[in-house]
Ligand binder design. Structure first.
Ligand code: NAI
Ligand code: MG
Length: 330
C-alpha cells in the first residue's frame, strides 16, 4: 500500500531541501507515497499565532512518518512537541565521512543514539531573582532503559560489537549516575558489551580518532552537541540526517537548522535531507529503496556536482537532479 507521509518544510532552507528530499522519494519507483504538506515555524507563527498549529501536530501523530526541515527562532516550540507527537524516545544521528568530500577525519563512521525526551530539554527554567536563574535536569530510569533497550537491539541486529555510553556521572552523580546505571544494567541483561566515556573526554577522543567509536549512547544535550561536533569532522552540517523513532511512528529531519545566511539562494546542500528520507525508507521497511537512495547520494558526493559548503558551485537543484539520475540508472 501507500505510505502516508506528512511533510513540514518549516523556515529558511527547509523550504529548499525538503522539496528536494520529496522529489527523490517520488523518484523511487518501487515505493508508493501520499504526501500531505503541513505548516510550522516562524512564518506560521507570524501568520497564525502558533508556531506549531494543532492540525500539524495531529497530522504528524497520525502519519506513517513525517519529514521535517527546520524552524528558525521557534525551533524549540516546533521540534520538541513534534518529537512528542510521534512518541519519539530516541534520536538517531549517523555521522559518516564520504569519499570525495573533504573531511577533517575521513575515516569517521559512527552513530549517536541520543535520548530524546528529557535531560535539560524537558526540565523547566526559572528566574528566581535579578541575579539567579535555574534549570532542572530530568533523568528517569524508564527513559534511560528504553533508550538502552533500543541500543541493544540496534547493535545486535547489525552485528556490532557493543556500544559506548557517554555521560558525566562523575559530576552529575544523581542524574547521569541514574542514566549510566540504567544503561549498563540493560546492556548486561542483553549480553551487550559497553564502554563508558566521560563526555568531555569523548569530545577530545572523537576528534583525535573517531574510528574507535561506532555506536554512541548519550543523554539529550550531550547527543545534540557531540553530533554537531561530529558533523564538523565529516564535512559539515549539510551532510547529517537524523531520525526520531517512537514505538509506532517516526519523524525524520536534517540535523542542521534554517541556515539564514544562505536561505533563498538555492545553494543549500540537500544531502542531509535526502539521507533523512533514506532513513525514512529504512524505517518503513523499504530496505532496497533505502540502500539505493543512500548509494545515489554517496555517488553524487563522490563525483559531484557539489554545493558551495562542500567547495563546489552547484545549486541545490543540480545536486537533486544528479541524485535522481543516479537512482534511475539502477
Ligand atoms: P544552522 O544549521 O542553520 O547553520 C549553521 C551553519 O551551517 C550556517 O553557516 C549554514 O549556512 C550552514 N548550513 C547548515 N545547513 C546547511 C546546508 N544544508 N547546506 C549548506 N550549509 C548549511 O544553525 P544556526 O545558524 O545555529 O541556526 C539558524 C537557525 O536555525 C536558528 O534560528 C536556530 O534556532 C534554527 N535551528 C533549528 C533547528 C531545527 O529546527 N531542528 C536545528 C538547529 C538550528
Ligand atoms: Mg542541534
Amino acid at each position: 500500500g501507500e505510505h502516508e507521509i506528512v511533510v513540514i518544510e518549516g523556515d529558511g532552507i527547509g523550504q529548499e531541501v525538503i522539496p528536494a528530499a520529496v522529489a527523490v522519494l517520488q523518484a523511487v519507483d518501487e515505493v508508493g507515497f501520499s504526501f500531505t504538506e503541513k505548516q510550522a515555524g516562524d512564518d506560521t507563527r507570524d501568520q497564525t499565532g502558533a508556531a506549531l498549529p494543532e492540525t500539524t501536530y495531529e497530522a504528524a501523530a497520525d502519519a506513517d512518518a513525517t519529514l521535517f526541515g527546520a524552524a528558525g527562532e521557534t525551533a524549540a516550540d516546533v521540534i520538541l512537541p513534534l518529537r512528542e507527537a510521534v512518541g519519539s524516545f530516541v534520536n538517531i544521528r549517523p555521522a559518516r565521512a564520504y569519499p570525495g568530500v573533504d573531511a577533517l577525519q575521513p575515516e569517521t563512521d559512527l552513530v549517536f543514539l541520543r535520548e530524546n525526551t528529557e535531560g535539560v530539554y524537558s526540565g523547566h527554567e526559572d528566574r528566581l531573582s535579578e541575579d539567579l536563574s535555574t534549570l532542572t535536569r530530568v533523568i528517569t530510569t524508564s527513559a534511560s532503559e528504553q533508550l538502552a533497550e533500543y541500543a541493544c537491539s540496534y547493535v545486535t541486529e547489525r552485528s556490532i560489537d557493543g556500544f559506548h555510553t557517554v555521560h558525566k556521572a562523575n559530576v552529575m552523580q544523581e542524574t547521569d549516575g541514574r542514566f549510566r546505571d540504567a544503561v549498563s544494567r540493560v546492556a548486561a541483561s542483553n549480553d551487550v558489551a559497553t564502554n563508558e566515556v566521560l563526555m568531555d573526554a569523548f569530545a577530545t577522543r572523537v576528534c583525535l580518532n573517531p574510528t574507535q567509536f561506532d555506536v554512541v549512547v548519550c543523554p539529550n544535550l550531550a547527543g545534540d552537541v557531540l553530533s554537531d561536533l561530529a558533523a564538523g569532522l565529516v564535512g559539515g552540517l549539510g551532510l547529517l540526517p537524523s531520525a526520531n523513532i517512537g514505538q509506532t511512528n517516526a519523524l525524520f529531519e536534517p540535523v542542521h537548522g534554517t541556515a539564514p545566511d544562505i536561505a533563498g539562494d538555492g545553494i543549500a546542500n540537500p544531502s542531509a535531507s535526502i539521507l533523512s528520507a533514506g532513513m525514512l525508507l529504512e524505517y518503513l521497511g523499504e530496505t532496497d529503496a533505502a540502500t539505493n537512495v543512500q548509494m545515489a547520494v554517496e555517488s553524487v558526493l563522490n563525483s559531484g556536482p557539489r554545493t558551495p559548503d562542500l567547495g563546489g558551485n552547484a545549486s541545490t537543484e543540480a545536486v537533486v537532479n544528479a541524485v535522481i539520475e543516479q537512482l534511475s540508472s539502477h
